[in-house]
Design a protein around this ligand. Structure first.
Ligand code: FAD
Length: 422
């Protein structure tokens, strides 16, 4: 079976694709494989999921969703999409702390790459993981829970420790969210009042092409008690409310976007930018993102504005978000709060790949970490040691060596970018 990434920019090289229906079948595939990788919903843009041998799709596993109200957790099958999970949780009165821009991605795939939404106080999606069950190299099942010594290394693991079959996530009481879009926020105001802008709602995204005197759109999502009212904000540091719904990409119908104009609604119908029933974003695109320590946010934004004329011809749009820090070893927000500088590119991969080293050179002084699931050139500046960016990288390498000595779950991406072997 030939499989491509969601964006269609990459055909997986795997010789075989398995679609197990049970955890036991996953165990059999792994026990019999020389090299094997798990596959989520294929929304990564690079070779992180690929392998030469066996790919295991998890979306055919029993999708049971089990809420433990006393523990405030939900346990789901690894291939479950966030959108499907939310539709089970919300009617039962529960919610997740945050969601990414799209609800289409699988829980295990998103968690494995440190996928995030936006919010000064919102950690990435992996930080909600309270436990996971994974099939290890010999085909046995291992349970890891928060508090276990290996746990902080095993959550954002890029599939390098095994095939996750079940994930337990923290939940909280359901809430509503009101989403508003403002247009033309002057860059001067952003740079002078960045903390006030990103702190003006629970989740804030700035959409720009890095050129011009103003940020094109500001998407703000504010929590509201269920059924509560919300008073939309008029002035936002000189930006004005959009008169109608907008898509973040210029010229695209907002029909596939979540409801705006400050009308409160269920958390899962406002936190993502895009609706589950529609293609998210454009569909014909590539993406990159760099996560920079919050302390360097203004300097990093100014560096990107300095490259505006270089990147704008290849851009559909860029997005600035904020992410609270966590302690997961390979998380892009490990060790402290981050600002995310995201790029939705035109589908011109060779040209995009040619410009990435320039972006990475401009952001290197700020300790930028590339998003594991999007296009990047290298982890850190040429010649630098990725352990400078990820202080727990040696611990992760030791964990891989101890739990997967034959390299069953390794691939070229992990060898090169994580294990320092390529
Ligand atoms: C339109 C679009 C919008 C996006 N928006 C955001 C965003 O808002 N924020 C953000 O941070 N990212 C975003 N992304 C990136 C995306 O969230 C990540 O690439 C995420 O990893 C995709 O999840 P997936 O299930 O498709 O993973 P896949 O691409 O299928 O796999 C990703 C990695 O996870 C591993 N994996 C998958 N399942 C398992 C498993 N069961 N056990 C072990 N390992 C597993 C794979 O081996 C691979 O290494 C976006 C991507 C697209 C296409």
């Amino acid at each position: 079976m030939t499989l491509t990434t969601w964006a269609g920019n990459l055909t997986y090289a795997a010789a075989r694709v398995h679609e197990p229906r049970t955890v036991e079948q996953v165990q059999e595939v792994v026990a019999g494989a020389r090299r094997v990788r798990a596959l989520g919903t294929r929304h990564c843009f690079n070779t992180v999921a690929d392998t030469s041998d066996d790919l295991v799709r998890l979306d055919g596993l029993d999708p049971a969703v089990e809420v433990d109200a006393a523990a405030r957790t939900v346990t789901v099958s690894a291939g479950t999409r966030y959108g499907a999970l939310a539709r089970e949780l919300h009617p039962q009165g529960w919610a997740l702390h945050n969601l990414a821009s799209l609800p289409h991605i699988s829980v295990a795939g998103a968690v494995a790459t440190a996928t995030h939404g936006s919010g000064d106080r919102s950690r990435n999606l992996a930080a909600a993981v309270a436990g996971l069950d994974l099939v290890t190299a010999d085909g046995s099942l291992r349970h890891l829970a928060r508090g276990d010594a290996d746990f902080p290394g095993a959550v954002v693991a890029l599939g390098a420790l095994g095939v996750v079959v079940r994930v337990t996530l923290d939940v909280e009481p359901a809430y509503d969210v009101a989403q508003e879009v403002h247009t033309d926020l002057p860059w001067d105001a952003v740079l002078e009042h960045l903390d006030d802008v990103t702190g003006s709602a629970d989740s804030v995204s700035l959409f720009t092409d890095w050129t011009g005197p103003a940020v094109r759109q500001v998407w703000r999502k504010t929590r509201v008690a269920p059924g509560g009212a919300y008073e939309p904000r008029v002035d936002l540091f000189g930006a004005r409310p959009a008169p109608g719904p907008l898509h973040p990409l210029p010229g695209i119908d907002p029909v596939n976007c979540t409801q705006q104009l400050g009308v409160p609604g269920p958390w899962h119908e406002r936190l993502p930018h895009f609706r589950l029933e529609f293609t998210p974003s454009n569909g014909d695109e590539l993406q990159s993102e760099y996560l920079v320590p919050r302390a360097h946010a203004v300097a990093a934004i100014e560096a990107m504005r300095g490259l505006g004329e270089v990147v704008a011809p290849l851009l559909q749009v860029a997005e600035v978000r904020t992410i609270a820090g966590d302690d997961l070893w390979l998380s892009t927000a490990e060790g402290g709060d981050r600002v995310g500088l995201h790029f939705t590119w035109l589908p011109r991969q060779a040209e995009v790949e040619a410009v990435l080293p320039r972006i990475e050179a401009a952001l290197a002084p700020f300790g930028a970490r590339p998003h594991w699931g999007k296009l990047f050139d290298a982890v850190g500046a040429p010649g630098s040691d990725p352990r400078d960016l990820y202080p727990r990288l040696d611990d992760f390498r030791a964990l891989v060596a101890r739990t997967d000595p034959d390299g069953t779950f390794r691939n070229a991406f992990v060898d090169r970018h994580v294990l320092g072997l390529g």
